[in-house]
Write a protein that binds this ligand. Structure first.
Ligand SMILES: C[S@@+](CC[C@H](N)C(=O)[O-])C[C@H]1O[C@@H](n2cnc3c(N)ncnc32)[C@H](O)[C@@H]1O
Length: 251
């Protein structure tokens, strides 16, 4: 015998109503981001791996926005423990990894998605330091490190370049930053920190960290430095750096 419609409704488990709401929420939530194909040269120069390989084939050393010495006092305030496990993604031919080793950091990993950038980083380090650094070709959107592998991350200009790899499609570009914020949330332990120096993509970088959510739905990151200028205890002024400084702690 067929049940009347009202009885069918009453006999449905409560969770059915919850499921409908969940489905509506899932529709509102953004789809999972994926790694974008390389943009054309006309769309984005700095967003292409081949561009960076070409730069590093020709150029032995260059530091975007500032040298390591300019940012070291701030870094040491954020990460005083020389035993901290540090990652420098997108190291290129900058001397951040050299500076970290010379400052006494004993566990340094540095990577770049451009193989020529890793070769330059190795040359900047020299044999003796390079033996003590985990140097790899790696894409910041899909890192080859384990969960909670790092206590601290120093990135300078890498997230800017990642944003530019989305080309003219700003939603796709933002998705590339979402991938990075999620990968850093996976590989940085709770209480660990990320220091970021950026210029063209500061706003979307800031948003990607603000909007990053862990599986349970909680925020991944608490902002420690929001781009305002400041002076550290030992007199370092952020106005010496030609970029905006952001920092977060992993929640
Ligand atoms: C503006 S340069 C900054 C280089 C260096 N960090 C500095 O401070 O001078 C951007 C760097 O990010 C690297 N890069 C861009 N997209 C990347 C990605 N998805 N994964 C890893 N490295 C990336 C580039 O190869 C390049 O070395």
């Amino acid at each position: 015998m067929a049940l009347p419609a009202a009885l069918i409704l009453l006999s449905l488990p409560c969770s059915s109503f919850g499921l409908a709401a969940q489905r509506r929420r899932a529709v509102r939530r953004r789809a999972s981001p994926t790694v974008a194909p390389e943009p054309s040269e006309a769309e984005s120069r700095f967003g292409r791996q081949s561009y960076w390989d070409g730069v590093y084939a020709d150029e032995a050393a260059f530091s975007w926005y500032c040298g390591w010495a300019d940012v070291e006092p701030l870094w040491l305030e954020l990460v005083p423990d020389r035993a901290a496990r540090v990652l420098v993604p997108g190291v290129g031919n900058d001397d951040a990894a050299v500076g970290l080793v010379d400052a006494g950091f004993t566990s340094v990993a540095a990577s770049d998605y451009a193989p020529e950038g890793v070769a330059r980083a190795r040359a900047r380090l020299g044999d003796e330091r390079a033996d003590r650094v985990d140097l790899r070709v790696a894409d910041a959107r899909s890192l080859p490190y384990g969960d909670d592998a790092f206590d601290a991350v120093f990135e300078k200009g890498t997230l800017d370049a990642v944003f530019l790899s989305g080309g003219r499609d700003k939603a796709l570009a933002y998705d590339q930053l979402r991938l990075c914020a999620a990968e850093l949330a996976r590989t940085v332990r709770r209480g660990g920190v990320v220091l970021s120096l950026s210029a063209p993509a500061t706003e979307p970088i800031d948003r990607a960290f603000r909007e990053c959510r862990s599986d349970g739905g909680g925020r991944c990151w608490k902002q420690l430095i929001d781009g305002d200028s400041f002076v550290t205890d030992d007199g370092f002024a952020s106005i010496n750096v030609d970029a905006t400084i952001l920092a977060w702690e992993r929640l």
